[in-house]
Structures are given as structure tokens and as C-alpha cells.
Design a protein around this ligand. Structure first.
Ligand code: PLP
Length: 441
């Protein structure tokens, strides 16, 4: 297992610093170890205070981790010259291990995170040992002593920073007036990455980027590929930013983004497998005239866009089940809305299919000791206004509110212009098909 080390600040709200770095390392399948230089007391509203780690404690941690064969090192908030010197000693015997330095100077609200002497030492002692340094425009201006207004100033600053000793420089252009553009420079050609501005204040972007970069370098990517790969991932992570309180900064996480991707992928894969199995089992008697919908939701689904189904539904043709499309998210309100209402009461049951009503189906379900609940759609249509799918939400909600145990089936006998429908619920498509087999006429 490759192990990466981060030496940075500890943000207890998990927005920046070592928690953010660890999240990145583990999300990319790398083991992370960390040594905090300080604890930065903060939440979504910004930094309140900073407590440097007692030097004895810091040295002991560095000493213990020094015995590990780390394959990449990231340095963020260094606090002061004492921690910089310790980090420099640590790096001395580790030639060839990629070191990425994010020279964080201050928090968003202006609180200083490194003092003057610390910064001088970082430039003099650590920059020459870095594979890449990753200042933003403010940090680059301060270190180079120049004003940076546009891309051409960024290039001049990158040349000046490269002369301070690192093998390469990335300047992050989030503070530009135009679209944010980052540039990479290693003395050859400039490589740049422009992104659309996201209108949110997101905490921890610099930490995420530098930890991605060191991860890809440790994984063996060349510098340019590591830069491009990190930038591409940043696009997704930034877009998936979220709030942890009603107001304040947005937060971001590689892990959260990847978990969301994995959840969606698992749902699609399960439906693809269900398609093959359905075609094989051919429960054609259960397909209603309006077509069968089979939906499967991600864990914690909140809206129709979190439920996948087959576009165009599942039909029958010449005695055989017919499924024309592949599963897609957000294509079926008919199945998604009752399923979402059901999941509000029973979050573990994430699959649902609407089947053709038949008394034999209901009888078989009861014989098999399934929980079967009827609702009278006719009465409901008289009583309630709104769309048909809207009504289904309310109906399922009220049925679930009354149910002693989670129903396997909620059925109705139709209403004016509405076919009678049996809605079958299960924890996943596999269980759903097992239940279908149990109730087939
Ligand atoms: N690292 C730590 C430990 C911090 O506390 C902060 C800011 O508060 C930063 C890095 C910089 O984070 P930001 O991306 O919010 O500027």
C-alpha cells in the first residue's frame, strides 16, 4: 500500500488542511498519515483562533512517521520557522519522493497561518526540495513581490518562483477577474487549465488540489498528466460542493463526490443485470397495459433525479418482455414518486415496479405472507386535486403512515381512465424479481 504524508494544519470542521488531504488520499486508494503543525479553530464562518502543536509532540510524530516508507509528501500550513526546519530535516533523506508544497499564507478571512520568518524559511529551505509548489495569486504576488493582474503576470511570477528552486510551479488563478485559470510551469511550455467560475465561496480548494497533485505524482503520473488529472477531478469536486450549515462557506470532498458516483454506478449496474434476468424469466403476465416501470433509487435519494429506470418502460411484444433502452436516472416520475414516498418511511427498500393488477397476484402474495395494502384511488381522485403522480405521493405516504409493517405491495383497482396497478417494493432489483416470481399468476 502506498503511504502519503501530509504536514499541515488541522481544521476541526474538516474543510481544509490534513482532514481534506486524508480524504483525498484515501479516496484515491492511498493510505494517508498526517502531522498537524497547528489546530485552526474554525467552522463555515471562518477562522477564530490558531493553536500551534507543541513542538515536542510535533517532533515525536515526525520521528515515528519517519520510519515509514512514505511515497509522497504534501506540506500546507507551516505556521512558523520551527515546523519548517523540522519538515526540511525530514525531507533531506527522501530524495526522489515527490513533495508538493502549498504555501498557505492566510485563511479566507485574512487570519495569518504562517509568520514572516516561517515564510522566509519555507522559501529558502523547502522550495528547493519541492517537486511542485502551488501558490494562489495572492501567495505568488507576496512571495515574488509583484502585482499579478492577468495570465501574463502569472507567467512572469511562475518564472520567478521557479528560480527559487522547485522543479515546477502551479499558480492557481481563482482570484482573477476573468474565468479562473491555473498554470503549470516547469521551465518548458506553460500548461493552463481554465474553468467556469462557480459562484460560491468554497473552503479547502487549495488543500484538495495540492493533495490530488501529490497523489497522482505518487501514483507514477508524469507532472503534466498529474496536473491535468487533478484539474479534471477538481471540476467535479467543486460542482459537488455542499453546505454543512445554513450559511457560511461551502465545503468539498473527494470522498463524498466519489461515493456519489459509486452509488449511481451501482444502481445502473444492478438495473442492467435486472434487465438480463427479466428477459430470461419473462414475467410477461405482470406487464400492465401502461407498461411496467422498474425503478431503483440510490441510498438517501431525495428527488426523481436519484431514481433510475428504463426510459420508455418495459413492454410486451408477441408474448415476450421487451425492454428497449438502458437504465437512466430521472426518467420516470411514475415510479420515482411513489418509491421516494415509500423510502421516506422505509429507506432500505429502494426498488419498485408497477405491475398489472390481477386478483390471482394479490391472492398469491397474501398466501406467501407478503404485506399487501389496498388504496382506493377512486375516492382519492375525488378528494384531492393536483397531478396524478402528485396524488400517488400522498397516497403512498398515508398508506405507509398507517401500515403496521412495511408493505410489499400497495395496489389500487384503478380510477376513471386509470388502469389498476400493483406496486411491488423490495430492497433491490434482485429481491424485486424474486417477489415477482412468487406472485406470477
Ligand atoms: N489549511 C488550513 C488548516 C486552514 O485552516 C485553512 C484556512 O482556514 C487553509 C488551509 C486554507 O483554506 P481555504 O481554501 O479556505 O483558503
Amino acid at each position: 500500500m502506498k503511504t502519503l504524508l501530509t504536514i499541515a494544519g488541522y481544521d476541526p470542521s474538516s474543510g481544509a488542511g490534513i482532514v481534506r488531504d486524508m480524504d483525498t488520499f484515501f479516496s484515491l486508494g492511498l493510505h494517508g498519515v498526517s502531522v498537524p503543525t497547528c489546530t485552526v479553530i474554525q467552522g463555515p464562518k471562518g477562522v477564530q483562533n490558531i493553536y500551534p502543536t507543541p513542538m515536542k509532540q510535533f517532533k515525536e510524530m515526525m520521528c515515528t512517521l519517519g520510519e515509514l516508507p512514505v511515497e509522497g509528501i504534501k506540506i500546507g500550513v507551516a505556521c512558523n520557522a520551527g515546523y519548517v526546519r523540522e519538515a526540511a530535516t525530514f525531507l533531506k533523506n527522501r530524495e526522489g519522493v515527490p513533495v508538493v508544497i502549498d504555501p498557505v499564507l492566510s485563511a479566507k478571512n485574512g487570519t495569518l497561518l504562517i509568520d514572516e520568518a516561517g515564510l522566509r524559511n519555507m522559501v529558502g529551505r523547502l522550495f528547493p526540495m519541492a517537486a511542485v509548489i502551488t501558490p494562489n495569486i495572492e501567495e505568488a504576488s507576496r512571495i515574488c513581490g509583484m502585482t499579478i493582474k492577468g495570465i501574463s503576470d502569472m507567467k512572469t511570477a511562475a518564472e520567478s518562483l521557479l528560480r527559487m528552486g522547485p522543479a515546477a510551479v502551479v499558480i492557481k488563478g481563482g482570484h482573477l477577474n476573468t474565468n479562473p485559470t491555473d498554470i503549470l510551469y516547469d521551465g518548458g511550455e506553460f500548461v493552463s487549465w481554465e474553468r467556469k467560475r462557480i459562484d460560491r465561496v468554497i473552503h479547502g480548494t487549495g488543500c484538495s488540489f495540492s493533495s490530488l497533485l501529490v497523489s497522482f505524482l505518487a501514483l507514477g503520473y508524469g507532472l503534466k498528466d498529474a496536473f491535468l488529472e487533478s484539474e479534471e477531478l477538481m471540476e467535479g469536486i467543486l460542482r459537488a460542493g455542499y453546505r454543512i450549515d445554513k450559511e457560511g462557506y461551502f465545503y468539498m470532498s473527494t470522498g463524498v463526490m466519489m461515493a456519489a458516483g459509486a452509488k449511481r454506478w451501482n444502481v445502473i449496474k444492478a438495473l442492467q443485470e435486472a434487465k438480463a434476468r427479466l428477459l430470461m424469466l419473462n414475467p410477461v403476465e405482470l406487464v400492465p397495459d401502461v407498461q411496467m416501470d422498474l425503478g431503483y433509487a440510490i441510498e438517501g435519494a431525495e428527488g426523481v433525479e436519484d431514481v433510475a429506470a428504463f426510459p420508455g418502460g418495459i413492454g410486451r411484444y408477441e408474448g415476450k418482455i421487451r425492454i428497449s433502452g438502458d437504465p437512466v436516472f430521472g426518467v420516470s416520475c411514475h415510479i420515482a414518486r411513489p418509491l421516494l414516498a415509500y423510502m421516506r418511511h422505509c429507506p432500505r427498500s429502494r426498488a419498485c415496479a408497477n405491475l398489472c393488477y390481477d386478483e390471482i397476484v394479490i391472492r398469491k402474495a397474501k398466501q406467501r405472507k407478503m404485506e399487501v395494502v389496498f388504496f382506493d384511488r377512486m375516492k382519492d381522485m375525488d378528494r384531492k386535486s393536483g397531478t396524478e403522480t402528485g396524488n400517488l405521493d400522498v397516497l403512498v405516504d398515508s398508506v405507509m403512515g398507517r401500515a403496521k409493517r412495511a408493505p410489499d405491495i400497495i395496489y389500487d383497482k384503478g380510477a376513471m381512465g386509470k388502469e389498476a396497478v400493483v406496486r411491488l417494493f423490495a430492497k433491490d432489483p434482485v429481491e424485486l424479481m424474486q417477489k415477482m416470481e412468487m406472485i406470477r399468476p
